[in-house]
Design a protein around this ligand. Structure first.
Ligand SMILES: Nc1ncnc2c1ncn2[C@@H]1O[C@H](COP(=O)(O)OP(=O)(O)O)[C@@H](O)[C@H]1O
Ligand SMILES: [Mg+2]
Length: 233
């Protein structure tokens, strides 16, 4: 479904990505792991067309994303839960969700408002509250709900559990587990190796803009010491 091959990317003259390759098959959950500043979010920005691809290629459902405008890439079926959540603080919960709604691929059981509320009852309770009035956990749920409202073929989560209380984190992991059970393909960036190894099929560790380790969850557990060193734990 998604194939990133040897991509490179820069901010101006400063090159950040040197050689990133990864593959996601339909229904798979894949992770990007690494210390702060190693290029995880930059990989996502490049994938989403927010940063030009300086080398290599990105193909999604057989289409070359490196030639597409960023809004076309979102329309092609990639939903992003960005680092820092990115919700609209001066819109209500309901408005945040509705303004993202789309079902371009005409999926048969699409994500609509009520289905998001079913998955996140807290959002229903907070329906008329402004985004800025939500707790961190509620904002994160809203950000996930909003990405789901676009009915993405691939859902990308950039540090979705960052800065949340343990109980709220647990809720997010449970939610991602349920989504996987429903066949949702995901690319998950996080530093919590235990929940990642339970959730995901394949992992990619990046260091200074290069993939330095990849393996399935059994390999991640077996090679735990080495991977923890890369992540700085
Ligand atoms: N807008 C930007 N302009 C210049 N450099 C940036 C910008 N965003 C990130 N960087 C640099 O790119 C590198 C990778 O950052 P990033 O992809 O955000 O890392 P990660 O998500 O893995 O923590 C870092 O050295 C960071 O300082
Ligand atoms: Mg980041």
């Amino acid at each position: 479904m998604l194939q990133i091959k040897n991509i490179a990317a820069s901010y101006g003259t400063s090159q950040v990505l040197w050689d990133i390759s990864l593959v996601i098959e339909p229904g798979q959950v894949v992770t990007l792991i690494g210390r702060n500043g190693m290029g995880k979010s930059t990989t996502i920005k490049t994938l989403m067309g927010q940063l030009p691809v300086k080398g290599g290629s990105i193909s999604f459902d057989g289409r070359d994303l490196s030639l597409m405008a960023d809004f076309r890439i979102a329309q092609a079926g990639i939903g992003l839960v960005p680092e820092g959540r990115g919700i609209f603080p001066n819109l209500t919960v309901k408005e945040n969700l509705i303004c993202a709604a789309a079902n371009r691929r005409q999926v048969s059981n699409p994500w609509v408002l009520d289905r998001v509320y079913e998955k996140f009852p807290r959002l229903k309770e907070r329906e008329t509250n402004l985004g800025s009035n939500l707790s961190g956990g509620e904002q994160q749920m809203l950000s996930i709900g909003r990405a789901l409202m676009t009915n993405p073929r691939l859902l990308i989560l950039d540090e979705a559990t960052e800065g949340l209380a343990p109980l709220v984190r647990k809720e997010i992991w449970q939610c991602l587990g349920m989504l996987k059970g429903e066949g949702q393909s995901m690319l998950v960036i996080d530093k919590n190796l235990a929940p990642l190894s339970k959730l995901a099929d394949r992992h990619y560790v990046i260091e200074k803009g290069r993939v330095v380790w990849t393996g399935d969850s059994a390999a991640l557990v077996a090679d735990g010491d080495r991977v923890r060193q890369y992540v700085g734990l």
